[in-house]
Ligand binder design. Sequence first.
Ligand code: UN1
Length: 510
Amino acid sequence: MDFLKELGIKKRNLGASTGLKWIGSKDGGVIDVFSPVDGKLIASVYQATEKDYEQVIKKAYEAFLFWRTVPAPKRGEVVRQIGLKLRQYKKPLGTLVSYEMGKSLQEGLGEVQEMIDICDFAVGQSRQLYGFTMQSEREKHRMYDQYHPLGVVGIITAFNFPVAVWSWNAMIATVCGDTNLWKPSSKVPLSAIAVQNILGEVIEANNLPEGLFSIVIGKGSSVGEKLINDKRIPLISITGSIEVGKHAAEVIARRFGRSILELGGNNAIIITKEADLKLAIPAVVFGAVGTAGQRCTTTRRLIVHEDVYDQVKNSLIKAYKSLKIGNPLNEKNHVGPLIDKAAVELFVDALEKVKKEGGKILFGGKVLKGKGYESGCYVVPAIVEAKNEYKIVQEETFAPILYLIKYKGDVKNAIYIQNNVVQGLSSAIFTNNLKEAEEFLSVEGSDCGIANVNIGTSGAEIGGAFGGEKHTGGGRESGSDAWKFYMRRQTNTINYSTKLPLAQGIKFEI
Ligand code: UN1
């Protein structure tokens, strides 16, 4: 496979790097990476040990002491070059993401495009790390706030976006003057190795220090624990399950570290009786089956007004019947495999559970066997008639299961259902009625971090702040002013008078 060679992926790869050198040791066990596409072994990775971790974090910290002194627009210039390199490697990297993770080639390429976009965004941001100036209540005093680099940023990413989520964090952190330590998912380490190799070219060309971009591929129970406990890392951004995030957040909070949590979603689309179904149906299908239901923004619940319920149900079944399931590198296919057989088991298990609770499977739910499906990871996306209060509907099953839920009367009833889960990532409403749309976006509306009108729940642009509320964790990354969390904020007051007036009118004379 040419793309592996082009990206510097060997048969056996070391699992730790400081940016310039791969330094991992060979006694920490090996990860064999099998493609969910065809079940074949792609390559292997030696897991980083705690000793490797120490070496990497040391370099990352030393690099920070230098990097923080580099003017932000110059830091932006390095990110600009990373964006250029990613353009150059878009095809092979997108292909590897698709082959290693199982998402469609379009989506693999789209993921690299997200990386390119966030580079461009971050370059602009590097000249706009603005603070405010405030009016002092004291004579001849000046007050303002400024943002300083924070330190080494730890970035823990999930398998479903093997490269893009790292870049939302790392490219912003880099222009903010921070250095990066990445722990990618052990299910997709090769895509991360490829990115690290691409970064190496930029580091070398610019004579940058080791440690600006570091990586450790290893066990959560060893290097993962070290990372979240490490006082040298003031901020850790974590994408993963609620369970993983809860543990990490507790550990990080105990040492007063900062965390950006981007955890589970249980995203819903509301279709009111005034929706334009020509828009709604394709949005629901893409939201529910895109990335085989393995986005944190995947549409999992569909809350439909009773007047249009049967029409929506029938249109969806018709659309699902036309889905082509198979090798995601073949652009004719709409749905690729799940990440592994364990994910397939969770899919099957969730469907069993929903049936027991009274749900009705309207379409799909089978595991595919036979030619083209040898990896055992392909399933037929399911549509299930269900109730919001079912235990399994309250959970995020990382697979293509769409729960159809009926509502009656006012849009408020639909919003109530949509908010009645612990997660709060993404949400959407389809309606042509202004009042319904505004109600959904109002203070009494959706309680999610993302709320859309007449577009689906997934496929957010990098320009917005990305993240969600409640058990989704409250973190924000990527665009808007998310950069502020990657910096240390300082309020400065300067007295240029000959007196020492105290604030609040307090007199203290000696
Ligand atoms: C994720 O699934 O962790 O909004 C991120 C989207 C993508 C990102 C998803 N831009 O669907």
